[in-house]
Design a protein around this ligand. Structure first.
Ligand code: ATP
Ligand code: MG
Length: 250
């Protein structure tokens, strides 16, 4: 049980044998420079796993840079990734560095990689192959020295079949493909994360650990958790807040 155990930072928790076996592999993968592709449903722990790989690697004291490709408008994504030279387009009043530059010597997590438009996929392929890129408006290439981790919650194989994602880029990125199963397929992790988030909550609020009725855990294990670990986190927050209110109303 997580309750009494002090949780170390950067520890990637699981009680599921398949995820534990994958973590054993992760420690070896972390030592390499090769790209990694992490797949899994929303909230299943992909970003956390990318961070874990970074902190297991020799790059751990360098930056870990996270970019959510789905959250940035298509016309700005290239500038965000590769930087812009002054005058490249209206509004580019000064040079600005991109995420690849910021991530030098460290790790860059390209999140929601499936959302990258085709013309940028071609540029990314060149980055992975030739380890260099051109800032927007630039004619001189810049070297990259960032370890690339890509993540997606979409069915990337299907996107490849439907010609929405370049097959050659997919093959470059999935040198190591790590799949995080949804919580409903690793039921032993439900109680683990439930306890973990209560533990974090009580530590932060400096309140005692509440008594949990074992029936609650039984109910939790039968729920399907479409939002996975993040949903457990949200449920714990709501539960703890309502516990506090009930306490006050007594
Ligand atoms: N193994 C783990 N140990 C501890 N905390 C975890 C673990 N996996 C996930 N978490 C926590 O669960 C939450 C959801 O995880 P994360 O953000 O990594 O999911 P995700 O798959 O990247 O989600 P999305 O698809 O929305 O980007 C985060 O708060 C994260 O810190
Ligand atoms: Mg994420």
């Amino acid at each position: 049980m997580v309750r009494k155990k002090k949780i170390r930072q950067n520890e990637y928790l699981t009680k599921n044998p398949a995820v534990a076996a994958m973590l054993d592999k992760v420690h070896k993968i972390a030592e390499t420079e090769l790209p990694v592709l992490i797949t899994g449903e929303t909230g299943s722990g992909k970003t956390e796993l990318a961070r874990h790989i970074h902190f297991q690697s020799g790059r751990k004291s360098e930056p870990f840079v996270h970019i959510n490709c789905a959250a940035i408008p298509e016309n700005l994504l290239e500038a965000e990734l590769f930087g812009v030279l002054k005058g490249a387009f209206t509004g580019a009043y000064k040079d600005s560095v991109g995420k690849f530059f910021t991530a030098q010597k460290g790790t860059i997590l390209l999140d929601e990689i499936g959302e990258i438009p085709m013309h940028l996929q071609a540029k990314l392929l060149k980055v992975v192959d030739e380890k260099e890129y051109y800032p927007v408006g630039g004619t001189k290439s810049e070297k990259i020295n960032a370890r690339i981790i890509a993540a997606t919650n979409t069915d990337i194989n299907r996107a490849v079949e439907e010609h929405k994602f370049r097959r050659d880029l997919y093959f470059r990125l999935n040198t190591f493909e790590l799949y995080l199963p949804p919580l409903r397929e690793r039921k032993e992790d439900i109680a683990l994360f439930f306890n973990l988030f209560i533990h974090r909550y009580v530590e932060q609020k400096k309140i005692p650990f509440p008594k949990i009725n074992p029936l609650v855990l039984d109910v939790l294990e039968h729920y399907l958790w479409p939002g996975n670990i993040r949903e457990v986190q949200n449920v714990v927050e709501v539960l703890m807040i309502s516990k506090k209110k009930n306490h006050r109303n007594r």
